[in-house]
Design a protein around this ligand. Structure first.
Ligand code: EPZ
Length: 422
């Protein structure tokens, strides 16, 4: 099992640059399936999840190169409409190729993702939406097959039961190539990554408007063409290091960032009494004295992001008084709390709420990272703790944070990584 050994009693201090957004680049890469001409995507973070999506594109028959943060996708000779479960199992975002792939091959068969450490995470909204578009959906032996209709309806309206990020992206990308159809997606997710996907597809000749509002309107086009597109900075990575600054009573500045994408976080940090300075493309957060406890609700954007919920818990673990964190997106995202409690935190979970009674300090312990964001939360806690923290299963973190050790090292962290023995 991979391990990270983190030295405690650290105050993260310094300046680092935000990486490109993982959750933007994954659906953008999935959408490249529909584009024959060469596509260049810049500011791509070097992450395991990005590699997985690249493997899927290669498996389908695309020719992909990835160098110095730039991915180039070109058409190969064959296009296979089949993505095995093995690749979907590694990363749920793989399922986002099913609509685009079916648009090109007429059909697509993709492994159905199972549950994961943060919840059941079904894909029913993706499938109901595709059915509303006229696709024939069937499931057999753990695979989902989607077949396009002989003709798409002229007017389609589909209202999502919940503003799912992945389903909005799936449906928006698929509809982009439904020539002659006018598609409206209601109750759409409004995350900045949705706007980024719209920006990418429109740069390829798609006709999409409304991203960042609850109603997205798409006029399907015959063909998408080549583009050279730069993805947005990763708001969750930015938020993670800013919360790390507070957890460790430090002072961190993130450049090449988009503070306007983390306004819900900034208002909570203000309420906590953190020092904050920012401009349009950088933000600095620093500890300037004891923080105040807060009540935080995770919600779809523009609410407080569920992906920052675990790192927020680490930051609140040593804030005097009781803070309350309510998780409203995933049903099971407190799996890391027992690990933080092993480090001396006093957190009780009741249903969707975590009650965090601030302690004087944390102490290093051996803990296990259940997922990407919880892994980052344990590292921040370990940096603040007294003594050494051993974090198991740490490869999760590298799925989501580019140059994680290097960036933390630049902020003064001391840690050692031991990869899997196999
Ligand atoms: C995206 O996942 C992100 N992943 C997640 O980031 C993020 O936590 C999540 O959005 C919420 O912001 C990527 O963008 C690659 P959803 P996604 O569909 O699209 C339920 C990270 O750490 N739902 O918005 O899978 C679902 O179970 C990751 O970077 C259905 O019931 O999230 C959940 O409770 C983890 N049926 C809620 O909706 C569906 O068909 C929101 O899920 C789809 C979703």
């Amino acid at each position: 099992m991979s391990q990270l050994i983190v030295m405690g009693n650290t105050h993260l201090k310094g300046e680092i640059q935000a990486s490109g957004s993982k959750n933007s680049v994954l659906p953008i890469l999935a959408a490249t399936v529909m584009i024959d001409e060469p596509v260049v995507i810049r500011n791509v973070p070097e992450l395991k999840d990005v590699q997985t999506m690249i493997s899927i594109l290669q498996q389908i028959g695309k020719i992909v190169t990835f160098k110095d943060g730039t991915v180039t996708v070109k058409s190969g000779e064959i296009l296979v409409g089949n993505v095995p479960y093995e690749l979907v199992r590694k990363m749920r975002a793989s399922f986002n190729v099913i609509g685009p792939l079916a648009m090109i091959c007429g059909w697509a068969k993709v492994g159905k993702p199972g549950g994961c450490n943060i919840g059941q995470r079904p894909v029913d909204f993706h499938l109901k939406g595709l059915e509303a578009f006229g696709f024939k959906i069937s499931e057999e032996h753990g695979d989902v097959t989607a077949i396009i209709p002989s003709e798409f309806k002229k007017e389609i309206i589909y209202a999502l039961p919940f503003p799912s990020v992945g389903a909005t992206e799936q449906l928006m990308a698929t509809a982009a190539l439904m020539a002659g159809s006018h598609v409206i997606i209601e109750n759409a997710a409004r995350e900045p990554e949705i706007s980024d996907l719209q920006g990418f597809l429109n740069s390829c000749g798609a006709s999409i408007k409304g991203a960042s509002t609850p109603t997205i309107e798409i006029h399907g086009v015959e063909k998408l063409h080549s583009t050279d597109y730069t993805v947005i900075p990763d708001r969750i990575e930015t938020g993670t290091y800013l919360l790390g600054a507070l957890t460790t009573k430090g002072d961190v500045k993130i450049t090449s960032a988009r503070p306007d994408h983390i306004l819900a976080l900034i208002s909570i940090l203000e309420e906590m009494g953190a020092g904050i300075e920012k401009d349009s493309d950088w933000i600095r957060v620093y500890w300037r004295g004891p923080l105040r406890p807060v009540r935080v609700y995770s919600e779809p954007y523009p609410g407080f992001p569920t992906d920052l919920q675990p790192v927020m818990t680490s930051a609140l673990a040593t804030v005097e008084g009781t803070s309350i964190l309510e998780e409203n997106v995933f049903e099971n995202r407190f799996g890391y709390v027992d690990e933080l409690n092993r480090m001396g935190a006093k957190i009780k979970v009741s249903s969707r709420q975590a009650f965090i009674a601030g302690v004087h300090g944390l102490s290093g312990a051996e803990v296990t990272a259940p997922d990407i964001r919880a892994g980052a939360a344990l590292v921040m806690a370990g940096l603040a703790a007294d003594g050494e923290t051993v974090i198991n299963n740490v490869t999760h973190i590298f799925r989501g944070y580019e140059k994680f050790q290097e960036k933390l090292g630049r902020l003064g962290a001391k840690m050692a990584f031991y990869p899997d023995e196999e």
